[in-house]
Design a binder for this molecule. Sequence first.
Ligand SMILES: *Cc1c(COP(=O)(O)O)cnc(C)c1O
Length: 495
Amino acid sequence: MNLFYKSTRNSGRTVTASEAILKGLADDGGLFVPEYIPKLDVSMEELKAMTYQQTAYAVMKQFLTDFTEEELKECIDRAYDAKFDTEVIAPLVKVEDTYHLELFHGATIAFKDMALSILPHLLTTAARKNHVTNDIVILTATSGDTGKAALAGFADVPGTKIIVFYPKGGVSRVQELQMVTQKGENTSVVAIHGNFDNAQSGVKALFEDRELEKELAASGYQFSSANSINIGRLVPQVVYYVYAYAKLLENEEIAPGEKINVTVPTGNFGNILAAYYAKEMGVPIAKLICASNENKVLFDFFRTGVYDRNREFILTSSPSMDILISSNLERLIYAISGQDAQKDSALMEQLKEEGSYEITPEMKARLSDFAGGFATEEETKEAIRTTYEKTGYVMDTHTAVAAHVCAQYKKESGDDTKCLVASTASPYKFIHSVMTAIDGKYADTDEFELVDELSRLSGTDVPPAIEEIRNAEIRHTKECGAGEMKQTVKEILGV
Ligand SMILES: *Cc1c(COP(=O)(O)O)cnc(C)c1O
């Protein structure tokens, strides 16, 4: 039976999974959601014995029902291969009394790889299925992690081109080097003279430019998005929660049917929403613990039922979580409203106009599976340092926010259910903050000089992603003014 998708802002029209992936965002500005969350149709006993790729198929076939078995398996095999530095793709590491699910073993050493290594294949397959003959041009504005993961995912994928805009001077040194050394004939990286907001609004304007759309079509191109609201990014993220549970069972860390809690360091609410979908599919998850940094909009939301973005934007050492509008929360709002598109639209309109909204008591009552917490900058550093001192394990800053929140939740609630922490980046990616947290003496040391020191301290190999950029050739030097993005795109595409 086919599972269809509808918009959170209009339940009237449905589309297939492949159409939803191609479109990214619904025409009414809403996000695509499945009509219902499908249940797993294999038992935990069976899942225990499965590889990551087999688990991916078991989960994704339930959501992407208009893909054939052959299509889906091909996408999976091309995504989860030797680009990952471990055969198990997402290893579980026990650190004291919690389980870290390491989601950073892909090409760009952050968890975005889990979805962005398969999205290009899902997208090109979806294009083929829907008889799209144009080449797909992915346009992305990035503040760091997404741009590189999208570049790595789309590099040399036939039928696609990718253009990434990043703010000159607005990303970390490792992040910039990762992007400007990107290989692949179909990749372009442009530094714009402006900030991330300029890049983001410039890209939006290009998507909405109907004249440009026609010019592109005449040359056989159409735009698409690798943005985190694409259902093609969400579904692959459900996989690792199913996989992690099955592996805990296989390793006899938990008993059959035993519930676990899951703590996720959250920004755009994509990763934790995937955990919620896994729970709805049938994985025995008790609490979903949402961990924020000092930009704690979500913590306040879970506590009070009021979402309020009218506050100072704080730059923290976990930049991928520095966000005041968590786009994917809209999917949860829609679910707890009882799939009421009108209610959802009204709240989202309020968010746009006033910067805040309040959910009803009935909606709030449906949030009982969630708990929220946050870590200050000081607490984040302390989590990195004390965990290192006690165990030798080194966490990145984002993961440390989650580890702190997980421990705090345990202490305050008295709930001692075993806890899984989503570990979203390699410590090598945010090496300066990580090393300084361990010892203040590293504060003035150059990032690259710290690489070998971290390797020694943590007893881990330097990831290929870091080795690569140390000596790699710079391939992208294009820059443009914030007002010249359209001209730059046309030049790159030769239209
Ligand atoms: C993107 C990102 C997050 C936040 O994930 P969301 O799905 O946006 O909530 C957390 N940690 C790292 C390292 C990231 O790159």
